[in-house]
Design a protein around this ligand. Structure first.
Ligand code: GDD
Ligand code: MG
Length: 358
């Protein structure tokens, strides 16, 4: 059956709340990641797997996707958009694109997953098990933030437990599914539906054939600042694969038109966006500078994201923090673990410190 036409659906309608304030101006799948909107990496993988027809299920900031990707021809795809005025949930979003689907089997993706899985192998599992639905599964250290999915000795799914405090296994839903079209037809169309909390548990209790495809390829959900920083750095360093990135990878990625002063140190998969500036002696380790961001002389930025046009003053320290678009962090300020500065906010020189030295 391999080689038969398959449609892809990518769910991109979430609000990306865990990545605020960056997601106040852009939807999560459009945030710059190693120089490209995140979704480009996923769409390039879909294309590389031989799938040409992709439907995006949009809602929050829906117009941004079409403005950027258009008809998909620049990626060699035929791209369509279906927008939920009010978010219909993950299951409702899949049901909502049904009129655009043409194939008997449909591959569905969460729009925020960075991975290296062999998608053809997932399709092969779906066909060889004659499954109604096949779920891509991975093992993680802490399954509580995900959908926990135990399977039996034949790989058949025995339960689906979304974000449970007491997971029976470290095997989780990786956010990629193959559905038989008739299963999508059976999802209610008149109300929000969660695929994780309603569709999968119901299919299991009805005795439908739900199978898991487990692998050990690179996998990361980019939904939190920590994961976004790690995933972006892994792309820059070549640890995470992406068919959308060409050429050598290394410790940093500096875009054309960015300025890096002599003596600045850029390591750990740092990205310096278009028109961004890095001052003399600044140290950037796993930093992500969106376009037009600026780090002044002697500042240190570690594992943090600086939004469009944000500025970090001289000798400031920013570590494990998110700085909103256009925010202005004064000289010698210290912003540490978990700090989030909202867009446009100005902190005066020395205005926030974790130590008493000046
Ligand atoms: N169209 C549409 N409509 N898309 C939605 C909606 C909606 O109402 N709600 C969420 N999405 C999209 C998001 O944009 C995202 O791409 C995807 O669905 C998953 O939503 P997240 O908010 O990122 O979910 P999660 O990370 O907490 O959990 C999901 O992903 C995990 C793997 O990364 C679940 O599927 C878990 O079971 C899974 O383990
Ligand atoms: Mg997610």
């Amino acid at each position: 059956m391999t080689g038969s036409a398959t449609d892809a659906v990518v769910l991109v309608g979430g609000k990306g709340t865990r990545l605020r304030p960056l997601t106040l101006s852009a939807p999560k799948p459009m945030l710059p990641t190693a120089g490209l909107p995140f979704l480009t990496h996923l769409l390039a993988r879909v294309k590389a797997a031989g799938i040409d027809h992709v439907v995006l299920g949009t809602s929050f900031k829906a117009e941004v996707f079409e403005e950027h990707f258009g008809d998909g021809s620049s990626l060699g795809l035929e791209l369509e958009y279906v927008t939920e005025t009010d978010p219909m949930g993950t299951g409702g979003g899949i049901r909502n694109v049904l009129p655009r689907l043409r194939a008997d089997n449909v591959m569905v993706f969460n729009g925020d997953v960075l991975g290296g899985t062999d998608l053809r192998a997932v399709l092969d599992t779906h066909h060889s098990t004659e499954a109604d639905v096949t779920l891509h599964l991975v093992r993680v250290g802490d399954p509580r933030a995900f959908g926990c999915v135990p399977t039996d000795a034949d790989g058949r799914v025995t339960a689906f437990l979304e974000k449970t405090e007491d997971p029976p296994t470290d095997q989780i839903n990786a956010g990629c599914y193959v559905f038989k079209r008739e299963i999508i037809e059976s999802i209610p169309s008149d109300r929000p539906v969660s695929v994780e909390r309603e569709v999968f548990p119901n299919l299991l209790s009805e005795g439908k054939r739900v199978y898991g495809h487990v692998d050990t390829a690179y996998w990361r959900d980019m939904g939190t600042p920590e994961d976004f920083v790690r995933g972006s750095a892994d792309l820059v360093r070549g640890i995470a694969p992406s068919p959308a990135l060409e050429g050598a990878r290394g410790e940093s990625l500096v875009h054309p038109g960015a300025g890096v002063a002599p003596g600045a140190v850029l390591v750990g998969g740092t990205v310096v966006g278009r028109g961004a500036e890095v001052g003399a002696g600044a140290r950037l380790d796993g930093a992500i500078l969106f376009d037009g961001a600026r780090v002044e002389a002697g500042a240190v930025v570690e594992r943090s994201i600086l939004g469009f046009g944000a500025r970090i003053g001289p000798r400031a320290l920013v570590r494990d923090a998110v700085i909103g678009d256009g925010a202005n962090i004064g000289a010698r300020c210290e912003l540490l673990r978990g700090a989030r500065v909202w867009p446009g906010v100005t902190l005066p020189d020395g205005g926030v410190r974790f130590s008493s030295d000046v």
